[in-house]
Design a protein around this ligand. Structure first.
Ligand code: ME8
Length: 509
């Protein structure tokens, strides 16, 4: 089975921030989980390097757009290992192979009769790279997202006949109620379509930094068409001499933020239909990470608003796993949610250090102390495995939730299991059992079940916290990482005591 997951490609007009890390980690969790299920996975991320904002910033800095793109693409690339992201390829839209493929697809759109030349007049946000419709303009002709004045544009452009895809898109939404998730975003996209679609600019004549329109080289493609196509073009050149398109297209999941819903849920399927290409299976839209600004108002973190939390600093102090955990624990995937340094610390202490880290340390220490480091033989204890939220059903529930890209809910289910294991320790009091020779079999059972429970939880959480779970599973003597041959282990494995998975933080001044 093939699983193809993508993130948006990020603009290179500034450096990456936690919002970008959030989307990328979300996609990474899905990619890692599907790999553990034995599927053939392709996970794509990258940078969107054309368009006006890049030109403007480059001009300000006295360098070429390509120099700016090279510099900032490198920052996005550098972020990936630091947040432990396992992408299979990183696409840059300035790559000549991408450009050639864009031209090929767009020529087909042209030849299929979906393109014409016309005059564009209207409001344009250079930061969104978006021609705003009437309903998308805030007071005083400003951009509701960036709060900057919109530009009045009047230029001769090539247009894409988006209007002629109104009915096909309505049909698509009617036939595939899970095309866009969550449901609120599906409804928003459908309402946009039902509101009537206008044709959109497909090219710009005033800009030269972009992909040349093959039938009119005075123009470059409007950056969104060039950018959206990355999901398709990358497969043709990601592996030298091996075109992966057949194997992985259409994409299983596009993961993205709600700011770019319209482009993905309306333009993108229309463009694919116009090019006779299959549509992606699902689009997963998440909300904004919000930060409080200096006046205490919650705002979206954004480069242009200048209120970003630096992921590098967070990782420095808490580690990549803690960041990965926190993002999806604190902000339910799909909703907006506030994050803060204080929130990080609370979750880190109470959930990572106490709930999970302590459970691991205690279990490994008790097996070491009471059973010379070897997990005893015993049977599965119903007290832990039974019931809807029991460990027996855990794998299935996590898989079902992640099939729906319910990243936070799947994490919640795992955390309920961690807490159940902690309660089990308190109830069974293995330290008391150890004092009575006659209760050796009971102690065997408790230790076996704790080790087994930790193994199950560690395997399922490995997609979220790869580093710590690898350490834990190694310490438990578990060689595999797959979720396919999950069944219970018998005892006998040798465990190893390890330093705390999540050491307590030293107080800061
Ligand atoms: O829009 N909270 O690039 P971009 C959550 N190049 N996610 C956030 C976020 C926040 N505060 N800020 C950014 C573009 N993101 C285009 C995309 S795709 C063909 C072209 C994430 O650099 C989120 O995924 O502005 C959002 O959709 C994306 O970054 C926008 O990144």
């Amino acid at each position: 089975m093939a699983f193809y997951v993508t993130t948006p490609i990020y603009y290179v007009n500034a450096a990456p921030h936690l919002g970008h890390a959030y989307t990328t980690i979300g996609a990474d969790i899905l990619a890692r989980h599907h790999r553990q299920r034995g599927e053939e996975v392709f996970f794509l991320t990258g940078t969107d390097e054309h368009g006006e904002p890049v030109v403007q910033v480059a001009e300000r800095e006295g360098i070429t757009p390509k120099e700016l793109a090279d510099r900032n693409a490198q920052r996005f690339l550098d972020l990936l290992p630091r947040i432990n992201v396992s992408n299979d390829f990183f696409i840059r839209t300035s790559d000549p192979r991408h450009k050639a493929r864009v031209q090929e697809v767009m020529q087909r759109v042209h030849d299929n009769g979906h393109v014409y030349k016309g005059l564009y007049e209207g409001w344009y946000c250079p930061k969104c790279a978006d021609f705003k419709t009437e309903g998308e303009i805030a007071e005083g002709n400003t951009c509701p997202i960036h709060r900057i004045p919109l530009d009045r544009e009047r230029e001769e452009n090539w247009f894409f006949r988006l209007s002629s895809f109104e009915q096909p898109l309505k049909d698509l939404y009617g036939q595939r109620p899970d095309f866009v998730a969550p449901r609120s975003r599906y409804n928003e996209a459908l309402a946009f379509i039902n509101g009537g679609l206008q044709d959109v600019s497909l090219s710009r004549a005033k800009i030269t930094w972009g992909v040349e329109v093959p039938w009119d080289p005075e123009h470059v493609f409007y950056v969104w068409f060039d950018a959206l196509l990355n999901y398709y073009t990358a497969l043709s050149f990601a592996r030298d001499g091996d075109d992966l398109t057949e194997r992985f297209w259409p994409a299983s999941f596009h993961v993205l933020g709600k700011d770019i819903l319209k482009f993905h849920a309306v333009f993108w399927p229309a463009l694919l239909l116009a090019a006779d290409l299959p549509l992606p299976e699902r689009e997963l839209i998440h909300g904004y990470l919000l930060m409080r600004d200096s006046e205490g108002v919650e705002t979206k973190m954004s480069k242009s608003l200048g209120n970003v939390l630096d992921p590098f600093e967070v990782i420095e102090r808490y580690g990549a796993d803690a960041l990965r955990f926190y993002c999806f624990r604190e902000v339910s995937f799909g909703q907006d949610g506030s994050i803060s340094p204080g929130g990080f610390e609370t979750r880190y202490e109470s959930e990572l250090a106490n709930d999970f880290g302590n459970l691991a340390s205690r279990t490994l220490a008790m097996v070491d102390r009471y059973r010379d480091g070897v997990i005893p033989e015993a049977g599965i204890d119903e007290a832990l495995s039974a019931g809807e939220d029991g460990l027996g059903e855990l794998r299935q529930r996590v898989c079902e939730l992640l099939d729906q890209a319910e990243i936070s809910r799947a994490l919640e289910v795992c955390w309920a299991a961690v807490r159940r294991l902690n309660r089990y320790v308190e109830e069974r009091r293995p330290w008391d059992l150890a004092k009575e020779e006659a209760r050796a079999a009971d102690l065997d059972s408790v230790l076996y079940n704790l080790a087994e429970g930790l193994r199950v939880v560690g395997l399922l959480l490995a997609a979220y916290m790869p580093e710590s779970c690898t350490r834990l599973l190694d310490a438990l003597g578990e060689p595999g990482r797959e979720l396919t041959d999950f069944g219970s282990r018998s005892g006998g494995a040798r465990v190893e005591r390890i330093p705390p998975l999540f050491p307590k933080l030293e107080a800061t001044g």
